[in-house]
Design a protein around this ligand. Structure first.
Ligand code: HEC
Length: 177
């Protein structure tokens, strides 16, 4: 949610301007990332991780072909790159404790959400430094693709400090050419 200021000029017949009032209206962020419905078949799965960020969850991370085509001369992903973090709850035992398998790993349970990073030319321009992730932006959906109402500035501020690796936590795992 953000606040937009609208300046409204009151104009009376004949073009006489009586005055201007400023209205402040609350408006949803314009959602600019669409649910990448075909990610599981069209994108490349490059990592499955017991989440560092949220223990008790497993994330499968996918990249589209644009992201995998290579970085630019400054080490950044090209416009059109999309990364998807498909989030699952880890399976728990009868007491609600996360089960760790004999391999020392969490076990994938129910799908929980689909987190998306997408980069397009100029998308980062409006953000202050602490929320800017080059030209990446963020969205999160239910497993079925409905947009979830989350504070996307939390996503932006946690990924923002990773400027050296273009804001991608799993950067070293991306199979770049
Ligand atoms: C407090 C830090 C933090 C917040 C908040 C956060 N992330 Fe992440 N994100 C991570 C970490 C760490 C990873 C690596 C996998 C893991 O351990 O979860 C990650 C991985 C990802 C990935 C896979 C690509 C990559 O960077 O490796 C996507 C996509 C992603 N996050 C999107 C989001 C979205 C969307 C939100 C907000 C709804 C969000 N993140 C909020 C820390 C964060």
């Amino acid at each position: 949610m953000k606040l937009n200021r609208l300046a409204v000029a009151l104009v009376v017949g004949g073009g006489l301007t009586l005055g201007a009032v400023t209205l402040t209206v609350a408006q949803e962020d314009e959602p600019r990332i669409a649910f990448p419905a075909d990610f599981a078949s069209e994108f490349t799965l490059y990592m499955e991780i017991d989440r560092v960020q949220n223990p008790g969850q497993v994330m499968r991370i996918y990249a589209n072909d644009v992201a995998l085509s290579g970085l630019d001369s400054e080490g950044r992903f090209p416009a059109g790159s999309i990364l998807v973090g498909q989030i699952f709850a880890a399976r728990t035992d009868a007491d609600g404790n996360v089960i760790i398998s004999d391999l020392g790993r969490q076990i994938i349970g129910n799908p929980a959400a689909v987190a998306v990073m997408e980069k397009e030319e100029g998308w980062g321009d409006a953000f202050p430094d602490e929320l800017r992730n080059d030209d990446w932006d963020f969205a999160i959906f239910s497993p079925a693709g409905e947009r979830l109402d989350r504070d996307l500035n939390a996503c932006r501020s946690c990924h923002a400090p990773l400027g050296d690796i273009d804001h991608v936590f799993s950067f070293q795992h991306v199979p770049l050419p």
